[in-house]
Ligand binder design. Structure first.
Ligand SMILES: [Cu+2]
Length: 477
């Protein structure tokens, strides 16, 4: 798509967006030209007015101020973000990413239903553009609270998280303009609002047989679960920059899960443990193999069998997510702590839609969570998960290199999964809530800056690119 067409598309998108946000009576004012001597584009008109927010009558701004809510009796949870542009890696090279607080997705906020969220957004003085923030967990006037925050300044708003569930938050661009660019370049994250009275216990359909007679044998699991977060999005990039033409054509450059294509597939460590050879790949696509990749080296998700596993899933993108686990049936889907489905093979999430998927894995083995759209799978939406300790060669290798100082296999056995030896990836683990089972260990993993990776280490996550060579040296391998 050429640049001119791309500009036209951008103007059309702004007009559509403005119409959607402000309704028909208010749309005419911002898009028609006020005080202009010559005809200008809609985008220019918006810029001349200082952004769309100026035309919104103040009388509509009935909520969002903090004074009252911060002094109510409700618990207050502070959530402080910064808007930062960074160059980050994707398959095929680096690109100009935009982030909340140096990471994609941004930090996950976890609160309890009824809490007051006090969110602030700071734009550092060296940041080249304004940013905004729209939290879908809120129910408040978008204007003026979600408008652009100027460079070098901090914006804030407050709201009560009334409805439990998973909610997207995202940059609202520069007063809606370029919102697509900012979100699809990485400015998104989630809020988890735990139900005030906790999560529901999980029922799993089973049968039993006795004397040739089959009968129902429903199994119940406590609400406490081992938890993961998975956020789906697309990249639309040409020569390292966001390409709006590709977005309009739904022509994805890559599909990302938690900001990375194929970020949760085996790496050279798993190759080594499995085959004794770092370069002999286990999985069909392992683009993030090298130890030199540090926090970008791909990692796997680990959990024991016969355990309640809870996935917080958000579709941050522009395309549907047909969420499926190769080898499993999803035991339950909830939204707003209300059951949407039980025993479903796949669940569809449209753009900016979420779910909590509860699953119990009965059989030790390797499973793959996918967006069951082949284009999405092949461009990055494949997340490899291992239940139990099913890989005999890994168990043997781990036992062989296990030493008193690094009791690798003991840790794994104690945890009932390889999490005890290798940890679960930090960015796939949400903050703990009221029904959370702790992960035995975390490893450093994220689509993030080195500063964010260092903060993960400070929080106890293992940098496997340092730990594994140390273990191998200790074992004389
Ligand atoms: Cu932004």
């Amino acid at each position: 798509m050429n640049k001119r067409y791309s500009t036209i598309m951008s103007m059309a998108a702004v007009a559509v967006m403005a119409g959607a946000l402000f309704g028909s009576t208010l749309t005419a004012a911002p898009i028609s030209v006020q005080g202009a001597d010559t005809p200008v584009s809609a985008l220019e008109a918006v810029e001349r007015m200082g952004g769309l927010q100026l035309v919104m009558p103040g009388a509509y701004a009935v909520s969002g101020t903090c004074d009252e809510l911060l002094n109510s009796d409700r618990p207050v949870v502070n959530f402080d973000l910064t808007g930062e542009s960074h160059e980050l890696p994707m398959l095929g090279g680096n690109y100009n990413a935009m982030t909340f607080s140096g990471q994609i997705p941004g930090p996950t906020l976890r609160v309890t239903q009824g809490d007051v969220v006090h969110m602030t957004l700071t734009i550092p003085s060296d940041e080249p553009t304004q940013h905004g923030n729209d939290m879908h967990a809120s129910q408040m006037s978008a204007v003026p609270y979600m408008g652009a925050v100027n460079i070098g300044e901090t914006g804030e708003y407050c709201y009560i998280a009334e409805v439990p569930g998973v909610y997207k938050y995202h940059c609202s661009g520069v007063n809606v303009a370029a919102m697509d660019q900012h979100v699809l370049s990485g400015m998104y994250g989630i809020t988890i609002v735990d139900p005030l009275d906790g999560y529901k216990r999980l029922m799993v359909d089973k049968t039993t047989v006795s004397g040739g007679e089959v009968s129902k044998d429903r199994q119940f699991y406590s609400a406490d679960a081992l938890e993961f977060q998975l956020q789906y999005n697309q990249l639309y990039v040409t020569d390292g920059n966001y390409d709006m033409g590709k977005m309009m054509a739904h022509s994805t450059t890559g599909t990302v899960v938690n900001g990375q294509q194929f970020g949760y597939v085996p790496n050279s460590i798993h190759n080594l443990l499995m085959f004794g050879d770092m370069d002999k790949n286990i999985f069909v696509a392992q683009p993030w193999n090298s130890m030199d990749l540090k926090q970008y080296q791909s990692q796997l998700l680990f959990f024991p069998t016969d355990t309640h596993v809870r996935f917080f899933v958000e579709n941050q993108g522009n395309m549907p997510v047909y969420w499926h686990i190769v080898g499993e049936i999803i035991d339950r889907i909830t939204q707003a702590n209300r059951v949407q489905a039980q025993g479903t093979e796949t669940w569809l999430l449209g753009g900016s839609q979420n779910m909590i998927a509860d699953v119990v894995f009965d059989e030790p083995g390797v499973y793959v969570a996918v967006n069951h759209d082949y284009a999405a799978i092949y461009s990055g939406a494949a997340t490899v998960m291992v239940a139990g300790l099913p890989l005999a060669p890994i168990n043997e290798t781990a036992a062989a290199i296990s030493t008193e100082k690094f009791p690798v296999i003991d840790g794994a056995v104690a945890a009932g999964s390889y999490v005890g030896a290798l940890g679960n990836p930090y960015d796939a683990i949400p903050p703990a809530g009221m029904n959370t089972i702790d992960h035995a260990a975390k490893n450093v993993h994220c689509m993030c800056t080195d500063d964010v990776a260092a903060a993960q280490i400070a929080d106890g996550a293992i940098p496997l690119w340092e730990a594994v060579p140390a273990i191998l040296a200790e074992a004389g391998l």
